[in-house]
Design a protein around this ligand. Structure first.
Ligand code: G
Ligand code: G
Ligand code: MN
Ligand code: NA
Length: 254
């Protein structure tokens, strides 16, 4: 309850900030986009991890206004990059189940794109697989409408939830993010290598791009590039960083 009150205040006081983690092309290594990750600098608590406050925000429903802030801030940032860097940098935003189910989501996305002037194709929404399984009909309709806005959709943490492989062909999905639990032990674990290969093969056959998460070593990178994974994200290529730092990275040649 205390945290709920503090989260509400955080939104009013501007204590939230977005950091952006690079996503690079697995074959060339160039920057192809970023994932926006929420940070909370609490006046009282200091830095609080989203792992701690996102669940509270979800339980209390505060994730809806917080998520709306995230969406707007990320789109403005991508728009500013487009203007200042002279190049397009797609931004991926995490959506919680509650936001995805919210009746206002589509109007909100449409309004933010209009307000910022960001082309829909430069916005990607990350959702988890569970939410497709829970309400397939509703999800299909929401995804279809997002697609008409040009907004891309990625399945986050792929392979950890209630997977139904059937939904991969049923829903209009653009990307699949291989969960970092499969990436972590790639060098030592035969099963993880087999799973990674299978995920990439499946996605490629369905024309879905694969992003590997949590890439920390050159060996993981080389293996993933070798099996045909399209995009890599992880500390090897960059930690989540403020928008200005990311712009500097691009100016330095990323
Ligand atoms: O960046 P970090 O490792 O601290 O993120 C931890 C978790 O918080 C991740 O699972 C990530 O998806 C989630 N998260 C980060 N930012 C957001 C956000 O803006 N919205 C939602 N719903 N989840 C987020
Ligand atoms: O659940 P989601 O994929 O949205 O979470 C992304 C989270 O993963 C963020 O909290 C981010 O800080 C974290 N992360 C990003 N790259 C790495 C990495 O290379 N290793 C580890 N352990 N975590 C990472
Ligand atoms: Mn994510
Ligand atoms: Na993930």
């Amino acid at each position: 309850l205390r945290l709920e009150r503090m989260l509400r205040r955080a939104l009013e006081q501007g204590e939230f900030e977005l950091h952006y983690q690079p996503q690079v092309d697995a074959s060339g290594g160039g920057l192809v986009g970023v994932e926006a990750l929420l940070r909370w600098h609490s006046a009282e608590l200091g830095m609080v991890s989203p792992v701690q406050f996102i669940p509270v925000a979800e339980q209390t429903g505060l994730i809806v206004p917080i998520g709306a802030w995230v969406l707007r801030a990320a789109c403005w940032q991508a728009r500013r990059w487009q203007a200042s860097l002279g190049r397009e940098l797609p931004v991926a935003v995490n959506l919680s189940a509650r936001q995805f189910a919210d009746a206002g989501l589509l109007d909100e996305v449409e309004a933010v794109l209009r307000e910022t002037g960001l082309p829909g194709r430069l916005l990607e929404l990350e959702i988890t697989e569970g939410l497709l399984v829970e309400d397939p009909a509703g999800a299909a309709e929401t995804l279809r409408r997002l697609q008409t806005l040009g907004v891309r959709v990625a399945i986050d943490d792929f392979g950890t939830g209630y997977s139904s492989l059937a939904y991969l062909k049923t829903f209009p999905l653009d990307r699949l993010k291989m969960d970092r639990s499969f990436v972590r032990d790639l060098e030592h674990n035969d099963s993880d290598r087999a799973i990674a290969r299978a995920i990439v093969a499946l996605a490629r056959n369905l024309n879905i791009e694969v992003v590997a998460e949590g890439v920390e070593t050159a060996r993981q990178r080389d293996f993933l590039a070798g099996i045909g994974c399209h995009v890599l994200q992880g500390y090897l290529h960059g930690r989540p960083m403020p928008g200005d730092a990311l712009a500097q990275l691009v100016r330095d040649g990323a």
